[in-house]
Design a protein around this ligand. Structure first.
Ligand SMILES: Cc1cc2nc3c(=O)[nH]c(=O)nc-3n(C[C@H](O)[C@H](O)[C@H](O)COP(=O)(O)OP(=O)(O)OC[C@H]3O[C@@H](n4cnc5c(N)ncnc54)[C@H](O)[C@@H]3O)c2cc1C
Ligand code: FES
Ligand code: FES
Length: 1377
């Protein structure tokens, strides 16, 4: 390549960084080049809508829109990007738009924000601004296309694009369905009637009315502000920091060469950067002296095409490459084959990362990561299969290399720069024969936990073959082929040359394919230590079969080079069965039906009003703890934690340069507990734990010390690199397993009042049984909360030894008491304030107390404000999560599946401190009792181990108990070879047995709605017909199997005491305080409705508009004491009741005045009444403490679900085709909120059962420490059809206005997906057995939780391809014989 020196080689000495955020100009003269855009926005501006959810590009909470002027094309490019990875220096000349820049409450909210609120698509709100910007970016770009003008009120966006826009954004609360609906409401091709439940219209209204009630969208809503001054900014910039590191943006290769040469001479540590997304994976903590930005060099950013192929500059973003390849594939000048290949390359690239990563991540950066750092790249594999070339510049030397050679060379040296990548023209591909009559086949594959939602593959592959298909013989000869594989635990993508050589020139047959698969097995061997190694190897065989098998079975099915396995038989499938016919169709689009029954009996309670604060959550104006601006002199803390399960700490030191760093202020440890204070990290309910380990660290993740520094980044770096010396002399080995805990009698005590009771006579029950399963075993794993906002707190010391602590917590009361005890001050010196929490799910209880107390202790000692925002990794290591457990059971049952007795032993790993584990046995047994076991006995041990204490996680114990019950019934059905659904039905409770099992909560017979829900659901989903359809599908499909499952849930609720306070101002506006915390579950919204209802009882003019006058405010432990713990789904109900009682007091106080005024004036307005009440000195603030009576404390919740799934036998992938839920919500306080809870809980449960692996190594170190290896569901992994019906059942005076809770029980219903998967696996195993000429099925197997792809595939058989081919060969030989 010729290098043009088109730039003045003189390097400018100093310049400034200029950019705009939401139209506001910023100019910086000194910048640390390692600063990310997110750090800058959150610490230096008021734009706090960009949230830190992961810091590694994996969650989307930080997404911003970047707008950049292209002077050559004279146009502005707008693209979304993750601000947590984008380096600040790289946005020179750009305009940044955040969610508050799209719209806000002052200048007017954007319709995106308003629709998010109206579709009930924001719960905790932490993910919402990022979601909104992701959609906005897609919307803006759709509007720029030359598509036909959309109908008025819509955009040019398509519904699929709307869903795809958020495929990489995580939300832990909503279950995604409402977000997708809100976003699809902008799409021109959406049928508005298909959109889900919202506050704009009711089902059945006419379409025009529906459209007009949506917040209007018009042309002005897709304008991106791009300040004109930015057009004048020059690209080349040099910046430096106070520390001397600098940033260069060369604009020519020559300039780059001289910078690199200079570097070689003086040994500076340099880093070449394009978009820095690589940092998401390789989290280098050390900075560099010099950063060289490659984006400004035209040679690296251009895209060229000629007859020899397409050349893509190394700095070209993957999104741009996709666009170009797609465009090319539509070109008239290409052959059909070439177009097909380019199109498929683009399709595969669209599954790399997420849109907001692809928009900036460069093609070259990806390949360099693959070459230098063994990154499991998709780009490398697919580009290898098409014979791509790369151009490298080393010093002044330029060379072209085959991609294969590039990978095989030693790691690219610092002086080497990848300039471009060339995809050659396929017409040039050689082969054995001439090209006459030959056809190209091309396919790419990737097996990953989430098909679109940002997940690295277990293995990827790309196959290109030139084949000759003889019309005469029908045979296919392979003329040439390229088979590349990657990401399976190999250094880099490889070509399976031996297999290629074996295949070339051969006529394809089962025999040949079998030979190829056998050869492949010796090639695709993951490196030692790779997880799921055998599974990964098995995928290679599966993909090879997918690619070639149809050529043997039916070449006529070849459609434009696409190869897919044939559907055996020619049966026409209809209805639901058709859904899964598209082998390669992405998981989108999803849809759902929601049926709710609202009631106006207690108006506005029962109305589906939108969530309080949803719109400002969407615009990002809602304030979370870490959004509170830092007070002057504020410090930041980070934990040094133990990396040993049990060891004496001999010393803790920072690295020398950090010890000297003036920004590192102190290391706080147990030695800093003040006189009179206690080393107390958390004290609540039944237990306490120390704040810091003293002499001995007792588990991995144990808090050893708290580094306090000027910035969070510095504190994290210091803590991360701290050197801790341990010794284990004279220490017993740690207890790391439950078995060891039992052996060493290391058990936690459960207080007698929390111990569950046995039911019936187990010996008698066993004696009555026709069959018994004895000592069957199963295991259940842990789960991480994955609240989007990690632990965070801000402590501000005040006069006279007082302290105020802002904390993101579910139990401020306990933090309050713990802080006082730790500091040795009276409780009236402490104040804990909590406004909103970015997701809790049980995880923001005890561990949040520790975070708040650590900040308080440091602030108390240093007399300066101290805050913490835990990084995701530390959070995941310390969190503890759900209780893992080992279960052994013996069950007796009759011939028809009726259970007569169940005896169960459970060993729960509770970790070191009791935390809230004492509730676990009772809750597990409660979940188990959902069926009538005849007699039930159990032995549940809480094992005390050297692991972090496990805490409550949404439906703690009930989830496991309920699932264990299902697993037992599955086993019983398998043993009897009968249908498990009939076993479920026969074991459902009668009201009489319910009374025996749920002594305190069984309720009246008419309240026992489960049998009717069970039948209702069966009718509404056509259960029997669906069973037949699934059977038929399974009969005609070889490589996909479906399963269907119906489950009930019985969930015991317990209300706890909760305070409430209502105060009315002189203008009639109202402030409400409650003990419950708003975690996203809609507590404030229900409370608001209840306050409006309660005060409305005064019945004067204007009370119908009370809802708008009520504000629920933050919890403040000095204003409202005894707030307790927000947990167990019932705090909304109890908070409402406390508010209703307070309102009653106020109404009673106001009534005499109202009656008097009414007599005088005829009618009286609310405002007038209040004005007069002030004058008359009526006490207008009332508080109450709701304490449930024994009679009203407990009740049962009921629901049922049917799920249908489809598994892919070659990859083990499960697709969730349809889920239907029916749920008894009593008389829902707010059906919209309850619907959100039901969907969100179900999807969280789906994560537990199918996706989320929160495992540890043998020492207890958590293996999943971020978004790369912990996969919560994304929009592509929710049920494609997701229907929920909320039943509004009868009145009952024991409950708060007859309502029932919704937060936890639906989570248990997600087991239906797991059981459906088991049913599908059973079918697959039956088929595989038949290939070995054996009839019947081996259905007594355990499907592990989570049933990930490897788990499913292993049960089907990792060698299924070999088995199939052997069977085929035998079959063929029998036929030919
Ligand atoms: C959340 C997330 C998910 C991802 N998922 C996938 C996936 O599913 N499949 C997949 O294939 N990839 C995936 N990636 C990887 C992604 O494609 C790469 O991070 C990206 O392409 C790197 O480009 P960049 O411009 O950001 O490179 P940078 O981060 O700027 O650079 C990466 C490395 O390459 C060096 N470098 C960059 N360009 C050059 C050059 N021209 N010459 C020499 N050295 C250079 C840099 O010095 C650095 O060491 C994912 C990344 C993220 C963050
Ligand atoms: S914080 Fe940036 S993607 Fe998660
Ligand atoms: S609303 Fe999405 S994470 Fe809470």
């Amino acid at each position: 390549m010729e290098v043009k020196n088109n730039i003045n080689s003189e390097i400018p000495t100093q310049t400034s960084l200029v950019f705009a955020v939401n139209g506001e100009r910023f100019e910086l003269f000194k910048v640390d080049p390692s600063t990310t855009l997110l750090e800058f926005l959150r610490s230096q501006t008021t734009f706090k809508s960009v949230k830190l959810g992961c810091g590694e590009g994996g969650c989307g909470a930080c997404v911003v829109l970047i707008s950049k002027y292209d002077p050559i094309l004279d146009r502005i490019e707008d693209f979304t990007a993750s601000s947590c990875l984008t380096l600040l220096c790289s946005i020179h000349g750009c305009s940044i738009t955040t969610s508050e820049g799209i719209g806000n409450s002052k200048d007017g909210l954007h319709p995106i924000h308003k629709r998010v609120a109206g579709f009930h698509a924001s719960q905790c709100g932490f993910c919402t601004p990022g979601m909104c910007v992701s959609l906005f970016g897609t919307l803006v770009n759709a509007e720029k296309t030359n598509r036909l003008d959309p109908p008025s009120g819509f955009s040019k966006l398509t519904a699929a694009e709307a869903e795809e826009a958020i495929a990489g954004n995580l939300c832990r609360c909503t279950g995604y369905r409402p977000i997708a609906d809100a976003y699809k409401s902008f799409a021109a091709n959406v049928d508005i009637e298909d959109l889900g439940f919202n506050s704009f219209w009711r089902k059945g209204e006419n379409k025009d009315l529906m459209l007009s009630s949506l917040p209007q969208y018009g042309k002005n809503h897709n304008n991106v502000r791009f300040p004109l001054f930015l057009k004048e900014i020059k690209n080349d910039v040099i910046l430096s920091s106070d520390e001397g590191s600098c940033w260069h943006s060369p604009t020519s290769l020559k300039e780059l060469q001289s910078l690199l040469k200079l570097n070689r001479a003086n040994g500076t540590r340099i880093k070449l950067v394009v978009s820095n997304t690589g940092m998401g994976y390789y989290k280098e903590s050390d900075g560099y002296d010099k950063y060289i930005d490659l984006k400004g060099i035209s040679e690296l950013s251009k895209i060229g095409k000629d007859q020899t192929g397409i050349e893509i500059g190394a700095a070209v973003p993957i999104s741009k490459a996709i666009e170009v390849l797609k465009e090319e594939s539509r070109s008239d000048f290409l052959t059909e084959d070439s177009a097909m290949i380019l199109g498929k390359l683009a399709d595969h690239m669209s599954k790399v990362a997420s849109r907001f990563i692809r928009n900036t991540a460069s093609v070259g950066g990806n390949l360099v990561m693959a070459q230098k750092n063994n990154f499991p790249s998709d780009m490398a594999t697919i580009l290898l299969a098409v014979d791509s070339m790369v151009q490298i510049m080393t010093g002044a030397k330029f060379e072209w290399l085959a991609l294969e050679e590039f990978f095989e060379r030693p790691s690219l040296s610092l002086e080497s720069v990848l300039l471009s990548i060339k995809i050659p023209s396929f017409e040039l591909m050689g082969g054995k024969s001439d090209n006459q009559g030959c056809k190209f086949l091309f396919e790419t594959y990737r097996a990953s936990p989430r098909p679109l939602g940002n997940a690295l593959p277990y293995l990827n592959a790309a196959f290109l073959a030139k084949v000759f298909m003889s019309k005469d013989t029908g045979e296919t000869t392979i003329d040439a082929c390229r088979l590349s594989f990657g990401a399976y635990g190999t250094k880099h993508a490889i070509r399976a040359k031996k297999v290629e050589d074996f295949l070339v020139g051969k006529v394809l047959s089962v025999h040949i394919l079998h030979g190829a698969v056998n050869l492949l097995a010796s090639i695709i061997v993951p490196d030692g230590g790779t997880l799921d190694a055998a599974y990964r190897s098995s995928l290679a065989a599966g993909f090879l079969l997918k690619f070639f098998n149809f050529l043997i079975d039916g070449p006529s099915k070849l459609i434009n080079g696409c190869t897919s396995l044939p559907v055996n038989g020619s049966i026409q499938l209809n209805g639901n069965q058709n859904q899964a016919q598209h082998d390669k169709t992405p998981m989108l689009l999803s849809s759902g039906k929601q049926v709710i029954e609202d009631s106006n009996k207690y108006h506005p309670v029962g109305e589906p009003i939108t969530k309080s604060g949803a719109a400002i959550q969407a615009s990002g104006e809602a304030v979370f703890v870490d959004d509170i601006p830092s007070p002057p002199n504020c410090l930041h803390g980070a934990y040094i934690y133990s990396t040993k399960p049990l060891a004496r700490i001999t010393s803790i030191e920072l690295r020398p340069e950090l010890q000297r760093h003036k920004g590192v202020v102190d290391i706080i440890s147990s030695k800093d507990i003040p006189d009179g204070g206690q080393n107390l990290g958390a004290r609540a309910l039944f237990s306490s734990e120390p704040l810091f380990a003293e002499e001995i660290a007792r588990y991995i993740g144990d808090r050893l010390a708290f580094v306090v520094a000027d910035t969070q980044k510095l504190a994290d770096t210091a803590a991360n690199s701290a050197i801790v010396d341990y010794d284990v002399d004279n220490l017993e080995p740690p207890i790391l397993t439950v078995e060891d805990a039992v052996k060493r009698s290391s058990l936690h005590e459960v207080p007698p009042f929390l111990r569950p009771k046995h039911v019936g006579d187990i010996s008698k029950g066993m004696a009555e049984a026709d069959h018994k399963i004895l000592s069957a075993k199963m295991n259940l794993p842990s789960q991480y909360y994955f609240y989007m906002e990690t632990h965070t707190a801000l402590a501000i010391p005040d006069e006279d030894n007082c302290i105020a602590v802002y904390s993101s917590i579910q139990c401020p009361q306990y933090a309050h008491a713990t802080i006082a005890a730790c500091l040795g001050v009276p409780e009236n010196n402490v104040r804990v304030i909590t406004r909103r929490v970015g997701g809790g799910f049980g995880g923001k209880s005890m561990k949040s107390i520790c975070a708040a107390t650590s900040c308080a202790l440091a602030a108390h000692k240093l007399r300066r404000p101290v805050r913490i925002y835990l990084n995701r990794k530390t959070d995941m290591i310390m969190a503890g999560g759900r209780h893992p457990m080992k279960i052994t059971y013996s069950v007796g049952f009759k011939n028809n599946g009726k259970i007569t007795a169940l005896d169960i032993e459970v060993l729960m790993n509770a970790g070191l401190y009791l935390d809230v584990s004492a509730i676990m046995p009772a809750r597990l047994v409660s979940g188990l009792k959902k069926y009538d076991w005849g007699a039930l006995s159990f032995d549940i041990k809480l094992c005390k181990t050297n692991h972090p204490n496990r805490c409550a996680m949404r439906a703690p114990g009930e989830l496991q108990g309920s699932f264990i019950a299902e697993a037992i019934l599955e086993n019983v059905a398998a043993t009897l070879s009968i249908d498990v659904d009939s076993v479920r039905s026969i074991n459902l409770h009668t009201h009489t047995s319910l009374e025996l099992f749920y002594l305190e909560s069984f309720g009246e017979p008419y309240e026992y709605t489960l049998p009717s829900l069970w039948n209702k659901l069966s009718v509404s989903v056509n259960y029997d017909q669906r069973v037949e359809m699934v059977k038929e599908f399974n009969r005609v499909n070889t490589w996909k199997k479906r399963g269907l499952s119906r489950l009930p849930v019985v969930f015991e609720m317990g209300l706890r005491p909760t305070p409430g306070k209502v105060s009315i101002f002189s203008d009639g506006s109202v402030v409400v305080e409650v003990g419950g915390i708003e975690l996203g579950q809609g507590l404030w919204t229900k409370v608001k409705q209840m306050a409006a209802f309660g005060l409305g009882e005064i019945q004067c003019e204007g009370t119908e508009g009370l809802l708008d006058k009520i504000r629920v405010v933050q919890s403040d432990t000095v204003s409202l004491i005894q707030g307790g713990l927000t947990a167990g789904s019932t705090t909304s109900g109890s908070s409402c009741e406390a508010v209703r009682l307070s309102c009653n007091i106020l109404v009673e106080r106001l009534k005499p005045l109202k009656e008097k005024l009414q007599k005088e004036m005829g009618s009286i307005k609310w405002e007038t009444l209040l004005h007069q009440a002030y004058i008359q000195s009526v006490n207008l603030s009332a508080s109450s403490f709701f304490v449930p009576t024994t009679y009203s404390k407990n009740y049962l919740n009921y629901g049922a679900a049917v799920s249908e799934v489809e598994i892919d036998l070659l990859t083990g992938e499960t697709r969730f085709l349809q889920t239907d839920i029916i749920y008894d919500c009593g008389q829902s306080l707010n059906p919209a909120v309850d619907l959100g809870q039901i969907e969100g809980a179900f999807v969280q449960g789906l994560g537990f059962f199918m996706l989320e692996e929160y495992e540890t190594n043998v020492d207890g170190m958590v293996l999943a420490d971020g978004t790369w290896n912990y996969k919560i569901p994304t929009i592509d992994t929710i049920p494609k059809q997701f229907n929920v019906q909320i039943l509004n059942t009868g009145h009952h005076k024991r409950r708060v206005l007859s309502s029932k809770a919704s937060g936890e029980p639906p989570l248990l219903l997600a087991a239906s997906v797991h059981c459906a998967t088991r049913a599908a696996v059973k079918e697959a195993r039956r088929q595989v057995l038949s290939w070995s000429n054996k009839d019947g099925t081996d259905s007594r197997f355990e499907l592990k939780v989570p049933a990930t792809m490897p788990v499913v595939k292993e049960l089907i058989g990792l060698d299924i391809v070999e088995t199939y081919l052997k069977w085929k060969m035998e079959k063929n030989s029998r036929i030919s014989y």
